[in-house]
Design a protein around this ligand. Structure first.
Ligand code: NAD
Ligand code: 0WE
Length: 256
């Protein structure tokens, strides 16, 4: 089974800049022949995101804040008009208010908890529901998670709780959408220096300890997450759904 996506349409959420995991996955899907719609969050990111997106031949850029139902509805009307059918959806979006990742987990606020769940978890349900009617030939939905869902990573805090909910959401969506031949999986990436990791205290130390403890004795590269995204998007992974695949150089298997 090849990983060609010739004749397939894909929508990718979460490109902020060239370091974004979403951008790596978009590039891998593009190289495999997919026709791409790529979304960015808001006007603040528009300039940088659009320059990048339009550098991929054939790719189109759309704005969508996934915390707004109206923006999701509007986007999928546009996608239906423009592409008709959809085969792949990539969800590479997460957010918690900055204080939630600085303070002790014990200090988590009701509003911070709500926002983390809304943007990082509920959005996957909303996007899957909007995309499913366009996935007439079946499809593949892919989201991004992190080891902090399973084990305590100091300061990951309410995002760890959100990623645990996200991984569980992947299983429930995989059950509902299985009968429509739509697969739903998550990639659990090792730490990567993206915009979402910038300014996080001790991130440099995390990269160092990851590199020392991982069986492959190095940090993961964003292209390796991109190629796993392509694998999960393509027929090469046709028997896999509801799964969390680690792309972390083996870090998660170690006990000591
Ligand atoms: P990134 O900052 O490039 O991507 C995060 C994206 O989320 C941005 O494009 C941002 O605009 C978008 N976003 C936030 N709120 C949004 C909203 N309301 N509507 C629409 N978009 C919104 O960083 P990244 O590291 O590429 O993160 C992508 C995903 O990968 C996230 O789910 C993150 O949790 C996950 N992840 C990251 C790492 C890492 O170490 N960087 C590791 C494992 C998993
Ligand atoms: O999922 C993430 C980060 C997600 C994220 C990042 C930010 C920074 C800016 C969510 N919300 C925000 N809010 C902001 O205001 N990762 C897996 C990367 C990450 O973040 C950490 C990590 C790792 C790894 C935070 C603390 C400890 C480890």
């Amino acid at each position: 089974m090849s990983t060609s996506l010739e004749g397939h349409n894909a929508v990718v959420f979460g490109v902020a800049n060239k370091r974004s995991i979403a951008w790596s996955i978009a590039q891998a899907l593009h190289t495999a022949g997919a026709k791409l719609a790529i979304t960015y969050q808001n006007e603040r990111l528009e300039q940088e995101a659009k320059d990048l997106i339009l550098s991929l031949p054939g790719a189109e850029a759309f704005m969508c804040d996934v915390s707004r139902d109206g923006e999701i509805d509007r986007l999928f009307v546009q996608l239906k008009e423009r592409y008709g059918k959809l085969h792949v959806l990539v969800h590479s979006v997460a957010f918690a208010p900055p204080d939630e990742l600085k303070n002790e987990f014990l200090q988590t606020t009701r509003e911070g908890f709500r926002i983390a769940q809304d943007v990082s978890v509920y959005s996957l349900i909303a996007l899957a529901r909007a995309a499913a009617p366009l996935m007439e030939d079946g499809g593949s939905i892919i989201t991004m998670t992190y080891y902090g869902a399973e084990k305590v990573v100091p300061h990951y805090n309410v995002m760890g709780v959100a990623k645990a909910a996200l991984e569980c959401t992947v299983r429930y969506l995989a059950y509902d959408l299985g009968k429509r031949k739509i697969r739903v999986n998550a990639i659990s990436a090792g730490p990567l220096k993206t915009l979402a990791a910038r300014g996080i205290a001790g991130f440099g130390d995390m990269l160092k300890s990851h590199h020392e403890r991982a069986p492959l004795q190095r940090n993961v590269e964003v292209q390796e997450v991109g190629s796993t995204g392509l694998f999960l998007a393509s027929g090469a992974s046709s028997g896999i759904t509801g799964e969390v695949i680690f792309v972390d150089c083996g870090y998660n298997i170690m006990g000591f």
